[in-house]
Design a protein around this ligand. Structure first.
Ligand SMILES: N[C@@H](CCC[C@H](N)C(=O)O)C(=O)O
Length: 256
């Protein structure tokens, strides 16, 4: 089949976006997903996002990692909002559904603010924190992020969790409200330039462990700047918002 696709990126986390409101994309065939994401033989991306119709929400977002595994993606969610606006499904506000549940979002001048799920699954470990922010995240503070072996250590930790494993975020405290983050993503099996659910996990982990008392955290990542805000009561994090740019890169057509 001939496939029309769009490429979007959110702070360097990049995605092939497909308007699948006609349900013609063969999503059960993960070879197509892997090929689209292949940076040598395909379009090249960290994941594939399908936009489909839904009876109760503006649209349904379906996210596949580059290896074809399905989960939620925060930066992907922000790009899905920008793409839905381009498709004229929404204007500046939306309520959409994804694999982890419903999401609200707004878009203004290319900046998307996305409401994440409430976060109540937070496990404090000796030198790390695990948090579920729509997908699995391990968070660890390090001193020198520039020279940290993110790929090697990330891969080791990713497989130390039972299936489906965990994404692994290494964070460095810059000041009371700013934490720099580098992430190894499962499903991509590499370091990516940004991870939205990952920086959300970092912000919450830093607050939970007393590394900050702020509920507005700036999170510089390799591909740009993200921001996370939240409310906290009795250890449960609500009104969690992930904010940052979501940008169209190019569109194309290819035979799959
Ligand atoms: N980059 C994403 C997370 C994508 C999913 C992740 N690789 C997983 O398998 O959990 C984000 O922006 O949240």
């Amino acid at each position: 089949m001939n496939l029309d696709f769009y490429k979007y990126q959110g702070t360097g986390n990049d995605f092939v976006m497909i308007d699948n409101r006609t349900l013609t994309f063969p999503k059960e065939n993960i070879a197509h997903i892997a090929k689209l994401c292949d940076r040598n033989f395909g379009v090249g991306a960290d994941g594939v996002i399908l936009i489909e119709n839904d009876t109760d929400f503006d649209f349904r977002m379906i996210y596949f990692n580059a290896d074809g595994s399905e989960t939620f993606c925060g930066n992907g969610g922000r790009c899905a909002v920008a793409f839905a606006k381009h498709l004229e499904i929404i204007t500046s506000k939306t309520s959409f559904i994804a694999v982890d549940g419903p999401h609200l979002a707004t878009i203004e001048n290319g900046i998307v603010s996305l409401k994440m799920i409430d976060v109540d699954e937070i496990i404090l470990k000796e030198n790390s924190v695990f948090a579920y922010t729509g997908t699995q995240h391990h968070v660890e503070l390090v001193d020198n992020l520039d020279n940290f072996p993110v790929f090697e250590k990330g891969k080791e930790i990713r497989y130390s969790y039972s299936a489906p494993g965990s994404n692994v975020n290494f964070a460095q405290k810059i000041n009371e409200t700013t934490f720099r983050v580098r992430t190894y993503e499962k499903g991509v099996e590499n370091e990516t330039l940004a991870c939205g659910t990952g920086v959300t996990a970092v912000a919450i982990a830093m607050h939970k462990t007393g590394k900050t008392t702020s509920n507005l955290i700036s999170l510089p990542v390799e591909g740009g700047d993200l921001e996370v805000t939240f409310s906290e009561k009795d250890g449960i994090y609500t009104n969690v918002f992930l904010k940052g740019p979501a940008t169209f890169v190019f569109k194309g057509n290819l035979k799959i």
